[in-house]
Ligand binder design. Structure first.
Ligand code: NAP
Length: 255
């Protein structure tokens, strides 16, 4: 049976290591037959992501710090010879560790702007970079979290950035829809990754979800990846501007 992404070309930004949600997404895209391009941020990560790319059978591994307009322009130039691009996964966020452990009211102006730049504005910049390559339409997806719409202890400045990210998804979906480009977010339940470890008290969040979520367990990265496959595939051709929760149902609970 042909894969759901057979004949499609996909770009995944945000693989740092095998625990990254982007890794699970890249693996699932490949399983479904997509041609894969990965990006890494900075020389420090190059070797690791090149090794991961080789294991996953990625066609190319390119540099891209999403806070640099020059690197985004270079990414576009590097992708152009490949021809059409069909799917993009933006799996990127950053905030200073101190802003994820101290009271929200203590957030500095610089820390606030940094979180917004890397975690929300970058989806605007990435979309502007890739949309012209989506000559047959396409799918742009990002990863959000419940902290965008509810207060999660210590998520703080990142919750505000995710709220912006979800609004960015809607504005981009509205503008890119006429050219057949869909833009959506997956709101994933908490998963222990390098970024998640920076959030104060993260382990207790995992315990709470396993106890309260309708499915009584935490989110498996493979579940997030399969939802990403759906959004990248033609099965979701009528879906844009949405936030799809893949969180064992935790977000529906009031108590
Ligand atoms: P992760 O493995 O640490 O991934 C975060 C990625 O963002 C890393 O690859 C990191 O690269 C990259 N990044 C940060 N700043 C960047 C920049 N300026 N340019 C390019 N890349 C940059 O953690 P993750 O949990 O998989 O996070 C992926 C996404 O899922 C994030 O948007 C996160 O908010 C979201 N999410 C996570 C959870 C969770 O519980 N884990 C739940 C819901 C949503 P470096 O490592 O090289 O800095």
């Amino acid at each position: 049976m042909p894969g759901l992404l057979e004949g499609k070309s996909a770009l995944v930004l945000g693989v740092a290591n095998k625990w990254s949600l982007a890794y699970a997404v890249a693996e699932a895209y490949r399983r479904e037959g997509a041609r894969l391009v990965l990006t890494y941020q900075g020389e420090r990560q190059r070797e690791t992501v090149e090794t991961i790319g080789a294991e996953l059978g990625a066609a190319r591994v390119l540099a891209c710090d999403v806070s640099s307009d020059a690197e985004l322009a270079a990414l576009r130039t590097a992708l152009e010879p490949d021809g059409r691009l069909d799917a993009v996964m933006h799996s990127i966020a950053f905030a200073n560790r101190e802003d994820l452990t101290r009271p929200f009211i203590e957030t500095s102006r610089a820390g606030y702007l940094l979180a917004q730049d890397v975690s929300a504005y970058s989806l605007v910049a990435v979309s502007r970079t890739v949309a012209p390559l989506m000559s047959a339409g396409g799918s742009i997806a990002t990863l959000s979290y419940l902290g965008a719409v509810r207060v999660v202890p210590n998520y703080n400045v990142m919750g505000v950035a995710k709220a912006a990210l979800e609004a960015v998804v809607r504005y981009l979906a509205s503008e890119l829809g006429p050219q057949g480009v869909r833009v959506n977010a997956v709101s994933a339940g908490p998963v222990k990754t390098a970024s998640a470890r920076a959030i104060g008290g993260f382990s207790s969040i995992l315990d709470r979800v396993a106890e309260r979520a309708p499915l009584r367990r935490n989110t498996d990265p493979a579940e997030v990846a399969d939802a990403a496959v759906f959004l990248a595939s033609d099965l979701s051709r009528g879906v844009t501007g949405n936030v799809l929760y893949v969180d064992s149902g935790f977000s529906i609970m009031a108590l």
